[in-house]
Ligand binder design. Structure first.
Ligand SMILES: NC(=O)c1ccc[n+]([C@@H]2O[C@H](COP(=O)([O-])OP(=O)(O)OC[C@H]3O[C@@H](n4cnc5c(N)ncnc54)[C@H](OP(=O)(O)O)[C@@H]3O)[C@@H](O)[C@H]2O)c1
Length: 346
């Protein structure tokens, strides 16, 4: 039924080539489902991710040559055609859904997109299109950094006493705490009952991160994490580092980490920047790439619907203003997600 009403072409953003970060607004054919889990979705809002236009050069193994280079891997939209293999999912035309589309496939900077059913979750009713597109990548990355790769126990979110006792012993430090991912890390760690949530961010973001649950704030422009930790190591050392920044900021986190703690980064393998001569051993030191799991998004949606967590939006741009949206992202100082309205309904 839906296919008879679909247009022949759609407006879409396109990265001009794998080697350039130039993005153009053009017209192209609608995507056609080929995988049993492909879901045709009409996109209302979409969001870019820091650095995504450099992935074809920097991570060529993750971006196949045949990928149509439509950017913006996060979307919120409406199901047009459910997947052929729908038994485990039960998506119906008209469902409001959101997800992160795996970077190996075309993104959502287009009027229609083809996420997989395993990537999708229904949007919590309280979220509008803007907040919905602000959620997937950032919240998934934070969820996996804190509860899957990190050492906090998510059972605490549902009041499990053993999990709460475990988490109550863990001091967490997060770099880039006020950004898209960081604002979720702060919320998840606080909700899970961490002993402390140390947010590394600039002074003007202090109030915002404290509202999300940060208990201590380190202004990286005034003091390095290393010097902050050294000033009172007994009180300040942390059990879990979640790093989003890499570089010197991550190197300094090694000093803040207690012996045997865990250090997780989504930017750089922590061992690469470990200060020379530092004898400290971590129980875990790893870099990971987010998994685009709708099942995690559904768990996150429960917290959102209960009013316990929410996305942070930096700014909202019309489709035609995509260049300004990318420029804002490139500034490196966004306070939450940058959202692009793709449909007039957003
Ligand atoms: N591996 C993965 O799967 C994965 C997934 C998602 C994201 N990422 C990566 O995670 C990082 C964060 O992404 P995002 O979307 O949260 O970025 P974002 O929204 O642009 O946020 C960046 C934040 O970092 C802060 N910042 C900049 N320099 C800093 C420093 N030296 N120390 C502490 N904070 C600093 C900025 O705040 P101020 O204004 O306070 O400076 C800003 O709030 C990016 O590198 C992204 O590529 C990786």
């Amino acid at each position: 039924m839906a296919s008879t009403t679909l247009p022949a072409t759609m407006k879409m953003l396109l990265q001009a080539s794998r080697q350039t970060e130039e993005v153009i607004l053009t017209t192209g054919p609608l995507p056609v489902p080929t995988h049993p889990q492909d879901v045709l979705v009409r996109v209302h809002t979409a969001a870019p991710c820091n650095g995504e236009l450099s992935w074809a050069v920097n991570f060529p193994e993750s971006i196949p040559n045949e990928k149509i280079l439509i950017p913006l891997q996060d979307l919120a939209g409406t199901v047009i055609t459910p997947p052929a293999d729908n038994a485990a999912f039960g998506f119906a035309p008209g469902d409001r859904v959101y997800c992160r589309v795996d970077a190996s496939r075309p993104g959502a900077g287009s009027e229609y997109s083809l996420p997989r059913a395993s990537e999708l979750a229904k949007i919590p009713p309280s979220l509008d299109w803007i907040d919905a597109a602000a959620t997937p990548l950032s919240a998934l990355t934070a969820w996996q950094a804190v509860f899957v790769q990190g050492t906090l126990d998510k059972a605490a979110l549902k009041g499990d006493a053993k999990a709460r006792a475990h988490n109550a012993k863990i001091r967490v430090l997060v770099t880039g705490a006020a950004g898209g991912v960081g604002s979720w890390v702060v919320q998840f760690a606080a909700l899970a009952g961490a002993k402390a949530v140390v947010a590394v961010c600039s002074a003007e973001k202090e109030e915002a991160v404290r509202k999300l649950g940060a208990t201590e704030v380190v202004d990286y422009r005034k003091i390095s994490t290393e010097d902050w930790a050294k000033a009172d190591s007994a009180a300040r050392e942390v059990d879990l580092v979640v790093d989003l920044i890499g570089g010197k900021g991550l190197a300094g986190c090694w000093t803040a980490l207690r012996e045997g703690g865990a250090i997780i980064s989504v930017n750089t393998p922590p061992d690469v920047v470990k200060p020379a001569g530092l004898e400290k051993k971590a129980s875990k030191s790893l870099f990971f790439i987010v998994e685009t799991l709708g099942s995690n998004l559904a768990e996150i949606g429960e917290l959102i619907e209960a009013g316990k967590a929410h996305p942070t939006v930096d700014s909202v741009w019309e489709f035609a203003e995509f260049k300004k949206a990318f420029a804002r992202l490139d500034s490196g100082h966004a306070n939450g997600k940058i959202i692009i309205k793709v449909s007039d309904e957003a």
